[in-house]
Design a binder for this molecule. Sequence first.
Ligand code: GLN
Length: 454
Amino acid sequence: DAFIVKVSRAKALNAFIVETPDHALAAARAADEAVARGDALKPLAGVPIGMKDLFATKGVQTTAASHMLEGFKPVYESTVSQRLFDAGAGMLGKLNLDQFAMGSSNETSYFGNVISPWRRGGGDNAPLAPGGSSGGSSSAVSARLCPGATGTDTGGSIRQPAAFTGISGIKPTYGRCSRWGIVAFASSLDQAGPMARDVRDCAILLEAMAGHDAKDSTSLNLPVPKWEENLSADLRGKRVGVPAEYLVDGMPSEIAALWQQGIDWVKDAGAEVVEVSLPHTKYALPTYYIIAPAEASSNLARYDGVRYGLRELAEGANLQEMYAATRAAGFGAEVQRRILIGTYVLSAGFYDAYFTKAQRVRALIARDFDNAWSQCDLLLTPTAPSAAFALGEKQADPIAMYLNDVFTVPASLAGLPAMSVPGGLDKDGLPLGLQIIGRPLDEQGVLNAGLAIE
Ligand code: GLN
């Protein structure tokens, strides 16, 4: 009965694109059998997780929430999902997302928006965005439909939806998790990571997901640390930096207060708090919104109506017409906007002015962080400049939507591990998130600070 209630709640939230209860049941049975035999249990034995529908899952529809890939059933499994299954987890289904992971509200999905399980108090019952692009993941975990889910984060897509729905999520260092079998958005930024109820669950899931993979040339050839075993909320001896530039104009007072609360919490846990400067922060958003669309326009060239996915072929149409008709029908408005921006900034006449310059600024942003690490071990910031907004509120204004990523994109551009943990509630009772950013490979430090805050 509980399962049926959960499935109907899942339908109301539109968190899943495809449900795969048999997969989860098989994992649960395997765990039961292991118990009966007296075998040692695998780390995720029988745990039912949700899989963002950006991970290729063998024989199970994988759409990236697009019409382009509707009905596409991969013949192989992504490395990250395979690792989770090898650790004993089962899959409840494929979770909704922004189309090709482009968005901050889950409203660009071809399969309809996801609804956050949260509502504002005080009679305002407007349905709220669960954040994006991993909005199905955040909504499902927050509604307790599953104890954990996979997410991917290119410019904040794990951290911002986690913040909007009162859960935790970590984007590890670029290269920790294999990108093999994840539908590519912006390859120099894309990273997988877990979303879960608390920091400990994130540590357990990340340990299963991470690790070297020869099939991804950017995968780091390093052992996976024992993050869960080494969790500690004792921050004595740690210096936590507060970057002055994140105090942006017009920051709502509640976000500023949340940030101060976080500062007090890490001090209580023994950390020393220092002010630091990341002078190129203001260029992070424009840099990201050049580099990510540029890479996306190249990655999405593969959807040509020939190799896989949708094909729109009118009677008598030539090849060019088939490409155009397929891509016009298969890609949603936001994806088309990114392809237009991306091809523009990569075009011969504008390449140096936009793309090359953005690459240079990206290096400066990374250098800001390198300089900060001489003064501190971790950075603490708000995750997003607002609590969850209402569905539809920012849909007509892409710039307003992009601005929501202001605090998450810098760590993505620098490839750094970063996490969002719940920090408290705003005046309407909605969750707000705090972000911890760490040195390259210091997921442990990030998780520990998260544990001290949650
Ligand atoms: N909101 C950002 C974008 O639309 C980030 C998305 C992501 O991290 N996948 O590009």
